[in-house]
Design a protein around this ligand. Structure first.
Ligand code: BGC
Length: 258
């Protein structure tokens, strides 16, 4: 990824930080985007530098189109170009469907789906205007396919992200822009700390994960590196699942095994 510049949203922690470091190891310079230019985002930039590359921190709220456009403009001004966009910023709100508020619904949809939508638009316009090929990688979830009771707005946003990805793969293909999703399962990050810090909940969840462990940000980063690499030149419109087999693990016990 020498000479490439990647813009990663929500890169101040979790999966976004893992991807920033993995891209830096491959030689890419990284625009660390997050809500705030704070200790977390600066720490990611530090890790990018320790990995032998460089970049910058740009703060913005992906839920606001004006912020996204400014981040893309400033990113291009500071780093000279953007080749790869990773739509990683994401939030979730727990609530039984009957209790979901308009505010929670809007926050989740605005960050997860509207953010990815308009960041993709801003970067795709930049690529078109500079006549260059590029990559868009969305960090989706197994919940682009799999129901997640009490997280209806999250599932709606990730299901939307799946169709956005497929649509853009077709629409942006002629510009030489590939668009793919990485769909993580249960990864140990701040978004699900409530789960991962509760041993009883983790034990129960592991029963549904054939590989019998939670994932790490670097598990997810490997798939993002592949989709950003020349090896994935002919891959577009796809979802790569990084979930230890969680998505397809349905089991039902009716009688004891023979
Ligand atoms: C969610 C996590 C959840 C995981 C597996 C992710 O998309 O953000 O909260 O633990 O899916 O269900």
């Amino acid at each position: 990824m020498q000479d490439q510049v990647a813009l990663i949203t929500g890169a101040g922690q979790g999966i976004g930080r893992g991807i920033a470091v993995a891209f830096a190891r491959e030689g890419a310079r990284v625009i660390v985007e997050d809500l705030r230019d704070d200790e977390d985002s600066q720490r990611t930039l530090e890790l990018v530098r320790e990995a032998g590359s460089d970049g910058c921190v740009l703060a913005g709220d992906v839920a606001r189109v004006a912020d996204i456009q400014r981040v893309v403009e400033d990113g291009v001004r500071q780093m000279g170009r953007i080749d790869i966009l990773v739509n990683n910023a994401g939030i979730e709100r727990f609530a039984p469907f009957l209790d979901v508020t308009e505010e929670d619904y809007e926050q989740v949809m605005d960050v997860n789906l509207k953010g990815a939508f308009f960041a993709s638009q801003a970067v795709a316009r930049h690529l078109r205007d500079t006549g260059r090929r590029g990559r868009i990688i969305n960090i989706s979830s197994v919940h682009e396919d799999l129901p997640f009771p009490n997280f209806a707005s999250y599932c709606a946003s990730k299901g939307g992200m799946k169709m956005l990805m497929r649509n853009l793969a077709v629409e942006l293909g002629p510009l030489g822009i590939t668009v793919n999703n990485v769909a993580p399962g249960a990864i140990r990050t701040p978004i699900n700390a409530e789960l991962t810090e509760n041993p009883a909940l983790v034990r129960k969840l592991l029963e549904n994960i054939p590989l019998a462990r939670l994932g790490t940000p670097s598990d997810v980063a490997g798939a993002a590196v592949y989709l950003a690499s020349a090896d994935a030149d002919y891959v577009t419109g796809s979802t790569v699942y990084v979930d230890g087999g969680l998505l397809w693990d349905y089991s039902e016990t009716r009688r004891s095994a023979p």
